[in-house]
Design a protein around this ligand. Structure first.
Ligand code: NAD
Length: 484
């Protein structure tokens, strides 16, 4: 196809509103070509020992570390969130470094070589066979970190990996692949395409396993397409994460933790706090503190490195948030702070938005919002609070702030969520790679955990090799089998 006939997508700078970047959409043919090259190169990559692959990934980590500022700046240009992008780069490097340390032990733990229990004359061995080509399709929030969360263990496992960033946030890709280009063994098995949903669909057709992070409606389409091809898919989807604040909670602690959990990265995080249940006896005092602290939060419009809240990364998201607030107000809710989309220097911002008088008839308390909202609802008994927290289609994370750690734990154990953070919020980063978790509801689909030490096992088929050392069974007397 001639370059002039190729479809392009214009990309908006979330800070200025200027359209200053364009990507060329990869066609199904482009994807198939890249997939063929990656598959051919994967044969040698998959045949390397894990120790050899670790050596390559160590060099890659060095190249990423050398370029970490440029990569973080590209991610920041995509999202508008400068300090959050530096954090993403740091987490990405920790992810590579972590697998360098943990990959061998994770595979060893899942491996077996020894006698069969059922037939002791048979030796059983495990062989790990990497899925040749893994496709990773990413969202526009935390765009680099979320794609690499899946791509990195797949590379350690011996797969070739083709990634596609969201068409809303594609700038980080070239910056990262400057590091990839310095490591030729890796460059042969790690590549990218740009594009929208059509490119994503072509990737699914070309690959053996799909990892997707994004919205529930897109996840549903991807699940159907993967089911038609009978290939595995791992879906990390949305959230509507609650926090319960009990009567005996320390109000200073609770208001500080809840505010950060709700508005970090402008609330555009899958595990942002989006529903706040507070015991009726402390409701008014808690709300007053929240309002006071919310008033001190600064936008980063003047200096991207100085403020706390960045603009909406995806402009239409501002309207989705505004509409949910409008509907809640029409149904009786009261906005105490923020609540309005402000256009500053071309960027779309919203200040922390404390809202009271909310209930579960409102989209604001049911649908994912992805904005800096703090809707507070009183409860009278802990049982009621747990029922409200569990009254959701999602189940990604949840939070409990109680008078004691024991009380928080007792409540946390009854909430249906993949991770529950107690006496604080937003503890996901404390969990990464040391422990796994599976989401509840529509927040996650696919076996195995994405972040635990065993996440690498998602990317290999486990093959059983069985060798008979004794005499083979004779068809004349195999009716004895199973009678012992
Ligand atoms: P989205 O579903 O709109 O798009 C995500 C990606 O899918 C994009 O790259 C897009 O091009 C691609 N795509 C669209 N249609 C496709 C199709 N039919 N086939 C294949 N690919 C297709 O999501 P988004 O708005 O970019 O991301 C925000 C969502 O992601 C939120 O719901 C958020 O909660 C969720 N999220 C989840 C996690 C998690 O770990 N659970 C983390 C971050 C974000």
């Amino acid at each position: 196809m001639a370059d002039s006939e190729r479809r392009t997508i214009s990309v908006r700078d979330p800070r200025t509103g200027a359209v200053d970047f364009a990507l060329t959409v990869a066609t199904a043919e482009d994807v198939a070509q890249k997939a063929a090259t990656l598959r051919a190169n994967q044969v040698a990559w998959g045949a390397k020992s894990l120790a050899e692959r670790i050596g390559v990934m160590q060099r890659f980590l060095g190249e990423v570390a050398r370029r970490k500022d440029a990569i973080a700046e590209a991610d920041a240009a995509d999202t508008g969130g400068c300090h959050t992008s530096y954090l993403q780069g740091f987490i990405t490097m920790g992810n590579i470094g972590g697998w360098i340390e943990d990959a061998q032990a994770a595979l060893d733990k899942a491996s077996y070589e020894g006698p069969s229990r059922a037939v002791p004359s048979v030796t059983v061995r495990t062989q790990f066979v990497p899925y040749p080509l893994v496709s990773v399709i990413g969202p526009w929030n935390a765009p680099m970190m979320l794609v690499l969360l899946d791509a990195i263990p797949a590379l350690f496992a011996g797969c070739a990996v083709l990634i596609k960033a969201s068409e809303v946030t594609p700038r980080w890709v070239e910056a990262l692949f400057e590091a990839v280009a310095q490591v030729p063994e890796l460059a042969g098995v790690f590549d990218y395409v740009h594009g929208d949903g059509s490119t994503g669909q072509a990737m699914i057709d070309a690959s053996d396993l799909v990892c997707f992070t994004g919205s529930v409606p897109t996840g549903r389409k991807i699940a159907v397409q993967c089911a038609q091809r009978l290939i595995p898919c791992y879906l990390e989807l949305g959230g509507k994460d609650p926090v319960i604040v009990t009567a005996d909670a320390d109000l200073e602690r609770a208001s500080t933790a809840v505010l950060r959990g709700a508005v970090h990265a402008n609330g555009m995080v899958c595990f942002s706090v989006e529903r706040i249940y507070v015991h009726e006896s402390i409701h008014d005092a808690f709300v007053a503190l929240l309002v006071e602290k919310a008033g001190k939060v600064r936008l980063n419009c003047d200096n991207p490195r100085a403020g706390h809240l960045h603009p909406f990364t995806f402009a239409p998201q501002a309207q989705i948030v505004a509409k949910q607030i409008e509907e809640a107000v029409a149904k009786g809710a009261t906005v105490l702070t923020g609540g309005k989309v402000e256009e500053i220097g071309g960027g779309l911002y919203m200040r922390p938005t404390v809202i009271t008088g909310v209930n579960h008839d409102m989209a604001l308390m049911k649908d994912e919002t992805f904005g800096p909202i703090l809707p507070v609802m009183p409860f009278s008994t802990v049982e009621e609070a747990i029922a409200l927290a569990n009254d959701t289609a999602f189940g990604l994370t949840a939070n409990v702030i109680a008078g004691s750690e024991a009380e928080a734990l007792a409540i946390g154990q009854q909430i249906n969520a993949g991770s529950v953070f107690m006496q604080d919020t937003f503890l996901t980063f404390a969990k990464n790679r040391t422990v796994g978790s599976n989401s509840f509801g529509v927040s996650g689909v696919g076996g195995g955990s994405r972040t635990g030490p065993e996440a690498i096992l998602r990317y290999v088929r486990r093959k059983a090799l069985l060798t008979q050392h004794g005499e083979p069974a004779d068809i004349q007397n195999d009716h004895h089998l199973g009678q012992h």
